[in-house]
Design a binder for this molecule. Structure first.
Ligand SMILES: O=C(O)CCC(=O)N[C@@H](CCC(=O)O)C(=O)O
Ligand SMILES: [Zn+2]
Length: 337
């Protein structure tokens, strides 16, 4: 399905000198380009206890459907079809990689947040991570104590998935998982959530940890190039974000145990060297159950063997750079509070 891109996404994909960086949209909403990939919108009539909402997309340049969903939201705000009632920052994560249709150019951007970019100075994605952190920091610094901070980092995955739409809840260092947020994710059509068990250098971990945002990575389907996305498969997130932004989300009962499955991360498969071998075919989907005793991967003398029969595989990818995560072994989890 081909979709036309609004002037926002056109500016990201083909930056042109802007006559003005700030202007007014329908209903008096003000828009401001901080740079060619960061646009901040302000409503004239904010909701009571308005939230600061950060939407990021295109952190991986080949994950184009979320970019088109977010672009459609911007177009609807611009035309007045969507009435914005919360401050909104939209970050198009990696425009250079988006233009090339690649996950990244020099290094996976979603491994460079939380200061990790400092160890990779000079790489294009290291500069992007530093810039995106600055944008997020400036935006969230404006929030008062009663303004919730929300960050939804929208992705699509390389492989198919037993649960087509799922979310990743960054490690909270003992803070409580919010059942209201889990309920909103259900409202988006999310079918499973992974509760992370340790810090990470992802964008959602960064905003969660550094800014105490309610932050999630959302995996919304399969990664396809621009022009090949069926946006009807993204109707759930699109609708829920429209409601969030125009403050019309219906009252949602908090997540109850069993509403959808939760998983926790048990351990990462690390690709230590080019000797890393993954024993899962390309057709194996995310969240596929690993039979007890199954040899998942090996790297020299290190062998990763499934244990117990309830473990599942997530994001298996033998092509990552050495030193990086080549998959996550997850297992069923429940909330403690
Ligand atoms: O499909 C894949 O193998 C990767 C999909 C993807 O980009 N996932 C994110 C998850 C981020 C997180 O753990 O919060 C990533 O790997 O960066
Ligand atoms: Zn991604």
């Amino acid at each position: 399905m081909t979709t036309s891109h609004s002037r926002f996404l056109q500016q990201v994909l083909q930056p042109a000198a802007l006559a003005e960086t700030s202007w007014t949209l329908a209903h008096g909403v003000t828009a401001h380009w901080h740079d060619d990939s960061a646009v901040e919108l302000r409503p004239t009539t904010p909701a009571a206890n308005y939230s600061y909402i950060l939407l990021s997309c295109g952190i991986h340049g080949n994950e184009t459907a979320p970019v088109e969903v977010v672009d459609g939201i911007l177009a609807d705000i611009a035309s007045g079809q969507l009435r914005l009632h919360h401050p909104l920052l939209v970050l198009f994560g990696n425009p250079q990689a988006m233009r090339c249709g690649e996950r990244y150019l020099d290094y996976d951007l979603n491994r460079l947040f939380n200061g990790a970019h400092q160890q990779h100075a000079g790489l294009r994605e290291a500069e992007r991570a530093a810039l995106l952190e600055q944008h997020a920091s400036r935006f969230f610094a404006q929030a008062g104590p009663n303004n919730p901070k929300l960050h939804y980092d929208l992705h699509t995955a390389i492989r198919g998935s037993v649960y087509e739409k799922f979310a990743i809840y960054p490690f909270l260092h003992g803070r409580t998982h919010r059942r209201s947020q889990l309920a909103w994710l259900k409202h988006c059509g999310i079918e499973a959530v992974l509760l992370h068990s340790k810090p990470a250098n992802t964008f959602s971990y960064y905003t969660s940890q550094q800014h105490q945002a309610h932050a999630f990575t959302l995996e919304l389907g399969k990664a396809r190039p621009f022009g090949e996305n069926d946006l009807s498969r993204f109707a759930g997130i699109n609708h829920a974000l429209h409601q969030l932004l125009d403050d019309s989300t219906p009252a949602l009962p908090d997540y109850r145990d069993g509403d959808y499955p939760l998983f926790c991360a048990k351990y990462d498969l690390i690709k230590h060297s080019e000797a890393f071998r993954l024993h899962l075919a390309a057709s194996v989907e995310n969240f596929t159950v690993l039979p007890d005793g199954f040899l998942i991967a090996e790297d020299g003398t290190q062998r990763y063997i499934a244990c117990g029969g309830e473990e599942r595989i997530l994001f298996p990818n033998p092509t990552v750079k050495p030193g990086l995560r080549a998959g996550i072994v997850v297992e069923p989890a429940t909330l403690t509070a």
